[in-house]
Design a protein around this ligand. Structure first.
Ligand code: PFF
Length: 453
């Protein structure tokens, strides 16, 4: 039986439920939209290598840190820093986390909304309703952007209203396996099409000369964004985690699930781009670089699906965008859960009210962005590329120097009895106290330097 406190805050029903929820948070637009996009902008395979390295040397240790802080405090990010120390500074870091959640969610629901628009675009196109197809896929229509964002936010709020196990856990247990199955089917199909081989080559053969400061920063931002780190999403999800679970183990599953799906997304999208080229679709800019950004997913791929023609094109096109919507939904849930749990814990507001208040407030910001989508890049840069690594840095400093490693070890021991004899703890401890902070500071200073010069 769960204790009274954990009962009132909610709890995951099972280990699988938690892993799927956390993997659901991690796997999202970040894997299927942002990862191939950033990779295409940064020279393909070389980016993949740096990214994978950063996921293991920074992402995974920070994930274990967030989960430990969350489970030990059983609180949202602001409450967690307050509960575990007397520091006046760290609760402000908690606020920064909540703010990052709000900012990222505000543009996330717009891009997620586009995935819904393109789902319908594929259907309209198949049905020969060309005007409707064109209208619903116009990404510069502010009113349309606002409408799809509102619809997506309403879906997110609706799931959050159900609570932790009945809302979030039940939803992800169904959606995550579906996502994986559909993706694998699509990859198998794409790999046998003409042009796919060239895409695989660009994806998997690294050009090391492409590695520079910008690439490393983008890879770091992508690692934090994709693993849902640095804004307390995993503090919050960890706060619902049972003391029976082994944190380094479940954190490992989530990391593998995330990097695995990102890898699969690349395996689907890179060949698809070159397949589209083989069919005469424009995929390169004038300077010879690959189309990136929004165009990659929302221009090249829909055309590819149209070119497939008939029912096959419809099935692939509609399924792909449905897939993206599913991945986005299991992530937007976690983005909304951070500020919502803050309002529930710290302001003693009931879940239903808290979710509706926060969801409505974020929607107002989304509506502003909907009418000027160029804001997405700026907000993404400030809150994802800088904000999340900064949050991650603060978590390492908090855990290593304020809360202290020994207390974290006591927390890890619950569910991991062998922690005192294992090699995990001393290695993790070095990463959290020295390696992760040093690398994050180095990479962040490079970014700020580049931005101001
Ligand atoms: N990890 C999500 C994705 O890859 O789409 C985005 C995200 C969710 C970022 C939750 C941060 C977060 F806290």
């Amino acid at each position: 039986m769960a204790t009274q406190t954990t009962n009132t805050r909610g709890n995951w029903n099972s280990k699988l439920g938690f892993v799927l929820a956390a993997a659901g948070s991690a796997v999202g637009l970040g894997n299927i939209w942002r990862f191939p996009t950033v990779m295409a902008e940064n020279g393909g395979a070389a980016f993949l290598l740096v990214y994978a390295l950063l996921v293991f040397i920074i992402g995974y240790p920070v994930m274990v840190a967030e989960l430990s802080i969350g489970r030990s405090s059983k609180k949202n990010p602001v409450g967690a820093f307050r509960a575990l120390s007397n520091s006046k500074f760290f609760p402000i870091v908690g606020f920064w986390c909540v703010l990052c959640g709000i900012a990222i969610l505000s543009f996330y629901v717009i891009v997620a909304g586009w995935t819904l628009s393109y789902f319908f675009e594929q259907i309209f196109h198949y049905a020969g309703m060309m005007e409707a197809a064109q209208w619903i896929s116009a990404l510069d229509n502010g009113l349309l952007n606002a409408t799809v964002a509102i619809i997506f936010m309403a879906l997110t709020v609706w799931i959050i209203l159900g609570g932790v196990s009945d809302g979030i856990e039940r939803t992800v247990k169904f959606l995550m396996p579906l996502l994986l199955i559909v993706m694998v089917i699509m990859i198998v199909y794409v790999l046998f099409q003409p042009g796919a081989g060239e895409g695989i080559r660009v994806y998997l053969v690294p050009d090391f000369s492409a590695i520079d400061g910008d690439l490393i920063l983008s890879a770091l931002g992508q690692a934090f964004f994709s693993l849902s780190l640095g804004m307390g999403a995993l503090i919050t999800y960890g706060s619902y985690l049972s003391r029976k679970e082994n944190i380094p183990e479940v954190g490992g599953y989530v990391t593998f699930a995330d990097i695995g799906i990102a890898f699969l997304a690349g395996l689907l999208i890179m060949p698809a781009i070159f397949m589209a080229q083989a069919q005469g679709v424009e995929v390169f800019n004038e300077d010879g670089s690959l189309f990136a950004g929004v165009a990659l997913i929302f221009q090249i791929l829909p055309e590819l699906f149209h070119n497939m023609g008939g029912v096959i094109g419809l099935i692939f096109g509609a399924t792909f965008f449905l897939l993206l919507s599913i991945a986005a939904l299991t992530s937007s849930i976690s983005l909304l859960e951070v500020p919502t749990s803050y309002v529930i814990d710290e302001h003693k507001v009931r879940r239903k009210r808290a979710a509706i208040y926060v969801g409505s407030a974020v929607t107002v910001i989304s509506i502003v962005i909907a009418f000027d989508t160029s804001l997405i890049g700026t907000i993404d840069f400030i809150f994802s590329d800088i904000g999340l690594p900064l949050g991650g840095l603060m978590m390492c400093i908090f855990l290593g120097y304020v809360w202290k490693m020994e207390r974290a070890k006591d927390e890890l021991r619950q569910g991991f009895e062998n922690v005192d004899n294992s090699k995990f703890f001393p290695v993790w401890s070095i990463f959290i106290r020295f390696i992760c902070p040093a690398l994050i500071i180095l990479i962040l200073s490079m970014t700020v330097y580049n931005a101001v010069t």
